[in-house]
Design a protein around this ligand. Structure first.
Ligand code: F6R
Length: 357
């Protein structure tokens, strides 16, 4: 039920702080220590490489998840789009573990890879929102998202839930290997949930940004470096699918290798700047597009901001920044779609779960 909300998407965006808190409690034991099933931890520890396989938004979550796992648990990770996997099957390591990320647990492209790798005798873990779904039943292990039903076609709370669960999996695996993260992970995840709540309370500002940058444009670009690039990919997918604005996400440094030719007077370029180590270089990219007439909208993070920024996110741990940075992108896409009279919850040509290959 969407209650007083005009759309499921807005309701589901607002549910995100609660979903993160629910995930924290679901993955805690009686002593408030994070826990993951022993057999999953064992599979994580036995693997010499993880292969994440997913589609769409879940694929974007996988790209961020790779950072958590490699930085914290120190296991090498590859991330693959499910529909391409069998055409260009990666050379597998000796002890691979496959990780399927799927909100619905029913996506045919992902399932066909699962069937293929199970036939090859490999182990698989499914991260899904739906207990008893096909991908959950057919994999060896399941981690649940606990996000509650996601009704809007555009995925929002499942994405942040996927990031939260992947971060917990990574932190617990690191701990089991005796790797010190050097910060209080649970506390930082709780801080991220609070930051998401602050952003959800600032919808008027998001609506203004959508009006300022997106109400009449034909196209839009999202740029970022490091993990901000992956969040930009997700922001551009959200905008495309519900507002029908042609949008592209790019690595900040890649635009100049061709695509910058598309920048005209007024082209909106939404730039993410949440990562200290690339703060200067992403701002350099903003200068490059601004010099060609673009209308830059910089979304930065407290501690990294400058006066030119359009929006400053509350400070959170740098590695967890994607959970927070995606929120304004979801809301900006929502308001852009509203301003353009689009059917937010049921965009054209799309189905909630894609059960054909
Ligand atoms: C975008 C969106 C899709 C799904 C994709 C995979 O908002 O919802 O890109 O993420 O179809 O679906 P699942 O996660 O159910 O496998």
């Amino acid at each position: 039920e969407k209650g007083t909300y005009p759309h499921y998407m807005l309701k589901e965006v607002d549910e995100q702080p609660g979903v993160i808190r629910k995930i924290i409690s679901e993955y805690q034991d009686a002593n408030n220590e994070l826990k993951i099933d022993e057999d999953i931890l064992k599979a994580m520890n036995d693997a010499d490489r993880l292969y994440i396989v997913a589609c769409g938004t879940s694929y974007h979550a996988g790209l961020v998840g790779k950072q958590f796992i490699e930085q914290w648990a120190k296991v090498p990770v590859e991330v693959h789009v499910a529909s391409e996997f069998s055409y260009n099957m990666p050379l597998l390591s000796e002890k691979p573990l496959f990780v399927f990320i799927s909100q619905s647990g029913e996506t045919a492209d992902s399932r066909s890879v699962l069937v293929q790798v199970k036939e090859m005798g490999h182990k698989a873990l499914t991260i899904t929102n739906v207990q008893g779904s096909t991908l959950s039943r057919e994999a060896d292990y399941t981690l649940l998202l606990h996000a509650g039903p996601e009704i809007a076609v555009a995925s929002t709370k499942a994405y942040t839930a996927q990031l939260a669960v992947l971060s917990i999996l990574s932190a617990v695996t690191a701990k089991s290997k005796g790797i010190e993260l050097g910060f209080d992970f649970l506390q930082e995840l709780a801080i991220a949930a609070n930051a998401i709540e602050t952003l959800c309370d600032d919808k008027e500002e998001m609506e203004k940004i959508a009006r300022e940058f997106l109400s009449t444009t034909r196209n839009a670009f999202f740029i970022g470096r490091a993990v901000d690039y992956y969040v930009g990919l997700e922001g551009s997918l959200k905008l495309k699918e519900i507002s029908y604005i042609q949008a592209e996400g790019f690595a900040g440094g890649e635009l100049k290798h061709g695509t910058i030719a598309l920048i005209e007077n007024g082209t909106p370029v939404i730039a993410l700047a949440t990562q200290a180590h690339v703060n200067l270089s992403i701002r350099g990219n903003v200068q490059e597009v601004a010099a060609r007439g673009a209308n830059p909208c910089i979304i930065s993070m407290e501690g990294l901001q400058t006066e030119e920024d359009r929006y400053v996110l509350p400070a959170v741990h740098e590695t967890l920044a994607p959970l927070v940075a995606v929120i304004p992108l979801q809301l900006i896409a929502y308001y852009a779609a509203l301003h353009r009279d689009c059917d937010v919850d049921k965009p054209r040509n799309l189905a909630k779960s894609v059960t054909v290959e």
